[in-house]
Write a protein that binds this ligand. Structure first.
Ligand SMILES: [Zn+2]
Length: 210
């Protein structure tokens, strides 16, 4: 499992293509969830190319199932705040070695320098039906915040077959559009950031921090 703290991620070059951040709400086929809303509305934006790919992915889903977008862009200040908060939680659980703290924290919260959300390249997603009810994905997104880490990995052992099928459905439509998943978080997908470049063998990331 390659984590975002892997030194190869920070060593990956960025050749930002300069695409703007655009509002996800302009895409009527995507549903934007307000739970991560921030005062500047960053959560509801992604790079233009990412939005196009999300729209194409949602078209591949069976009738009656849609993509629920929980969070897109995130400011670097907010990313740093979340990383520090999670490190604190780990510290209170008895981990004191700084390198181990950073490694463990970055399984769930990206270090600022390489954060796919800060590049407008990442989205946290779930599937939703036409009544607005989230499908059973096997544990909630961002489960690490509530200490429910067991179900966070995409391939978490012991998932029900329903949850497994729903995760596979999500993965199939996104992979077809070139997205990659961070395997420690089933809900987190990105395109064009450093982590994506490392995993796909692209010579450089096309989206850097914005
Ligand atoms: Zn994410």
């Amino acid at each position: 499992m390659i984590l975002l703290s892997d030194p190869r991620v920070i060593d990956t070059p960025v050749a930002d293509c300069g695409e703007p951040l655009v509002d996800i709400s302009t895409a009527p086929d995507l549903i934007l969830d307000p739970r991560e809303r921030d005062e500047h509305g960053a959560y509801g934006r992604v790079r233009a190319g990412v939005l196009e790919r999300l729209r194409s992915a949602s078209e591949k889903l069976p009738a009656g199932i849609g993509l629920l977008v929980i969070e897109g862009h995130r400011s670097q200040a907010e990313q740093a705040r979340r990383f520090a908060l999670y490190e604190d939680r780990l510290r209170r659980s008895g981990i004191s070695d700084p390198a181990e703290l950073r490694r463990r924290a970055s399984a769930f919260v990206s270090p600022v320098e390489v954060a796919p959300h800060c590049a407008g390249a990442a989205v946290d997603l779930a599937l939703i039906d036409t009544d607005g009810v989230e499908l059973d994905m096997g544990g909630t997104g961002n489960g690490h915040r509530t200490g429910d880490e067991r179900w966070c990995p995409f391939d978490a052992p012991g998932l029900s077959s329903t949850a497994r099928d729903h995760r596979d459905l999500l993965a199939d439509c996104l992979r077809e559009q070139g997205f990659v998943n961070c395997p420690s978080e089933w809900w987190h997908w990105s395109y064009g950031d450093r982590y994506w470049a490392l995993l796909t063998g692209a010579p450089a990331a096309v989206y850097g921090p914005v």
